[in-house]
Design a protein around this ligand. Structure first.
Ligand code: NAG
Ligand code: NAG
Ligand code: NAG
Ligand code: NAG
Ligand code: NAG
Ligand code: NAG
Length: 674
């Protein structure tokens, strides 16, 4: 609690320095707040997740940037450097660390209330969160499926229990009593974890990664894998074997020195155990090494040089890494150096930092391709230790995340998972309201969710999307071309500059070898300013501002038509400062017509307290060919035979997972020394 209080002070100092009104929530655990909340009101505007800080945009460049000339071939075969096809088209998935309390590796305990219940399922009801289902439905409509990882540092101490908890708590921890784990007690989870995931996957096409505990590799605890394989079936993509092992040494989880060969030896032992375990029929769907490379003790190359890929490629579904561009650990935990959001905002408004960050993995993605393995950024976002006030929820940062996604795709990453951190972090792609008194339509959708949705739309469902960075001369106006089925299909064009005068509005002139079409259609992602956190629109539609979302896009779909000059072979695409444009070269493209997903989940009740949220059969009757009744049945996580009261406790136990080293999720995860 000491550190927590300190961090509040530090953050409010930081805030004052940039003249804004964010204060940091510091004392009462959120779920215990019983303030009554009217629909649409901000119940606790001081929480990081609803950060009100609006930064000052950087000064526009002089001389201004006004033009961007691009010339590409229509035929993919004529384009050097195109990426691999992006077969799992929703390039961005999500990473959910399920914890109840954050325990710093440095010792002191920070009491926090985040758990999976902030993002995926209500804590004390036996139903699923409808806004969450709506958000997933919007992604599914664009990309076909969504990846979600449950795990993180807290997975290390997760422990399966067949018990049902009597006190109704959402999470339970157990003091494991060993020196290694005094600061990171076990988190108990039950069968309901798997049923929850399976129920979600029966409604929306979510595929899961689950983390295996790696705290004690002399006795592997494999229930997560066993039950995951049994209950999730094909919706379980892979099991994560070890999370950020490069930090096991520095964080006293292993005797030092702990080197890549030591980690490999533990993986060898894991696969011996896997091979003799009949309850794990699938023996080759794991991901590793998930290093953070943050303290640069283990670079990816140091791991590859041990022969890692050859040794394990037959066991692995993918190679994984985890990384954030920077950290806010000083403000959050008093560790490291102070990060000034205003001073650093400009680093999120340029293509240069994207290229540097992603380029670090160039050799790694080449090796992965050689081995025939996907390469996944397993956990990332704008900043570790909670992200940054003013930055993480801004329109500008979501442009950066979008650029970062395209760049990873260009560098042959297969996917990247955006971390969801809960009420006390700044960067959530989405978050349920902070109290147990909240309504269905009071969710908050963060700016980076738009990034995930837009890239899903850009790559579409064909499984053939390949992308190339067109190397714009200005770092303020990055541009990419996307090819599908071997043919140019879209351009992704950015203008990072904030200039209300219009002097930096850019004309992007597109020329295509093989000829431009008579017209192109354009969807814009817009906001007033790079610092805006409200009124974000994608093709004219929005999820709404903080506490206004139900997961459905609102407003009319607005697609602009631009007439090209076929004689001069050029299309001029206006890019106001700031903006992002997705230019559809094929006006019959399927994703052009996608606005709000046709499959939506409405609710007749809300997720208030322990009421149940039920899905409206009338609405579902029109969705996806399932009957309403069937859907409603599938949507419930209830055991019909269990009484309501005992059911609550049982369900509560679902989310039980992972109380523990949260800093894990943050500090451990992330790069203190950078
Ligand atoms: C909200 O949660 C608190 C603490 O868990 C509880 O005391 C209160 O009764 C709850 N409110 C409602 C409306 O259930
Ligand atoms: C590892 O974690 C499990 C589950 O929490 C716990 O039972 C076990 O005691 C831990 N082992 C060590 C060596 O910390
Ligand atoms: C991605 O992979 C393709 C196909 O192997 C290759 O041509 C291209 O250069 C790679 N891109 C980068 C940035 O490494
Ligand atoms: C951009 O192009 C439009 C016509 O497409 C033209 O009217 C305008 O002057 C151009 N602006 C700049 C800054 O070149
Ligand atoms: C957001 O949009 C609404 C409705 O169009 C408008 O009233 C409001 O002023 C806008 N807010 C900002 C910050 O632009
Ligand atoms: C949904 O969860 C219940 C248990 O809560 C389980 O019995 C049922 O099989 C699950 N449905 C699916 C489709 O996984």
């Amino acid at each position: 609690m000491l550190i927590f209080a300190l961090s509040s002070v530090l953050l409010s100092i930081a805030t004052r320095a940039v003249e804004a009104q964010v204060t940091v929530y510091g004392q009462t655990p959120l779920a215990h707040q019983s303030t009554s909340v009217a629909a649409g009101d901000a119940p606790l505007p001081t929480l990081a997740a609803y950060d009100g800080l609006v930064l000052t945009p950087p000064t526009p460049p002089t001389p201004p940037v006004t033009a961007l000339a691009l010339e590409v071939a229509r035929d993919a075969s004529a384009v050097p450097g195109l990426s691999i096809p992006h077969t799992r088209a929703g390039f961005f998935g999500f990473s959910v660390e399920i914890w109840k309390e954050l325990v710093s590796n440095q010792g002191p305990c920070l009491k926090r209330e985040f758990s999976i219940t902030d993002a995926l399922v209500p804590p004390t009801s036996s139903h699923l969160f409808v806004p969450f289902l709506n958000l997933m439905s919007n992604l599914q409509e664009r990309s076909g499926s969504i990846l979600i990882r449950l795990g993180g540092n807290t997975q290390e101490y997760a422990k399966f229990t067949t018990e049902v908890f009597e006190d109704g708590r959402i999470t339970h921890k157990e003091d494991s009593g060993t020196t290694q784990t005094t600061e990171t007690p076990a988190v108990l989870y039950t069968m309901d974890l798997f049923y929850m995931a399976a129920n979600i996957s029966s409604l929306v096409n979510v595929d899961w990664f689950l983390g295996l505990p790696f705290n004690d590799t002399s006795t592997f605890h494999m229930e997560i894998g066993e039950l995951g394989q049994a209950i999730l079936g094909d919706h379980l993509v892979a099991l994560q074997a070890g999370n950020e092992p490069d930090l096991y040494g520095p964080h006293n989880k292993r005797p030092v020195p702990y080197l890549p060969v030591d980690y490999s030896a533990e993986l060898d032992r894991l696969f011996e155990v896997v091979d003799t375990n009949d309850r794990l029929p699938i023996k080759n769907k794991f991901v590793a090494p998930s290093i953070s490379a943050s303290q640069l003790e283990w670079t990816p190359e140091l791991v590859w040089e041990t022969g890692f890929i050859d040794a394990f490629k037959d066991r692995l579904f993918a190679l994984t890494v985890e990384r954030y561009p920077d950290n806010n650990c000083f403000a959050t935990f008093g560790v490291g150096r102070y990060y000034d959001p205003q001073e650093n905002f400009h680093t999120f408004l340029t293509h240069q930092t994207v290229v540097e960050f992603v380029g670090y993995y160039g050799e790694s993605t080449r090796l992965a391709q050689e081995a025939g393995l996907p390469f996944i950024m397993f956990e990332t976002n704008t900043g570790s230790c909670g992200g940054f006030p003013g930055i993480s929820q801004s329109y500008g940062a979501s442009l950066w995340i979008l650029d970062y996604g395209f760049q990873m795709a260009n560098y042959n990453f297969s996917n990247a998972l955006l971390h969801i951190g809960g009420q006390n972090v700044y960067y959530n792609p989405w978050i349920s309201p902070p109290t147990n008194q909240s309504n269905f339509n009071e969710w908050t959708v963060g700016s980076v969710f738009y990034s995930a949705m837009i890239i899903a739309e850009a790559f579409g469902k064909s499984g053939t999307a390949r992308v190339v960075d067109l190397q714009s001369p200005s770092a303020f106006t990055p541009s990419y071309a996307i090819y599908e089925q071997g043919t140019l299909s879209k351009f992704a064009l950015f203008n990072y500059i904030d200039d209300p005068s219009g002097a930096n509005n850019v004309n992007a002139s597109i020329t295509v070898t093989g000829g431009v079409p008579a017209t192109v259609r354009v969807k814009y992602y817009r906001a007033e300013s790079v610092s805006s956190k409200t009124n974000l629109t994608w093709a004219g539609q929005t999820f709404g501002n903080n506490f206004e979302a139900d997961g459905r896009l609102k407003g009319e779909l607005s697609i602009e038509t631009i007439t090209c000059d076929t004689t001069a072979n050029v299309c001029n695409i206006p890019l106001r400062a700031p903006s992002f444009a997705l230019v559809f070269m094929d006006s019959s493209s399927e994703s052009l017509s996608v606005g709000q997903a046709t499959a939506t989940f409405a609710t007749t009740a809300h997720t208030r307290a322990r009421n149940t949220a039920t899905i409206d059969p009338a609405v579902l009757a029109t969705s996806n060919g399932h009957s309403g009744l069937e859907r409603q049945h599938m949507g419930s996580t209830s055991h019909g035979s269990v009484s309501a009261a005992s059911r609550q406790y049982e369900l509560v136990s679902v989310f039980m997972v992972l109380v523990s080293a949260v800093v894990g999720g943050f500090i451990v995860g992330t790069g203190l020394t950078r």
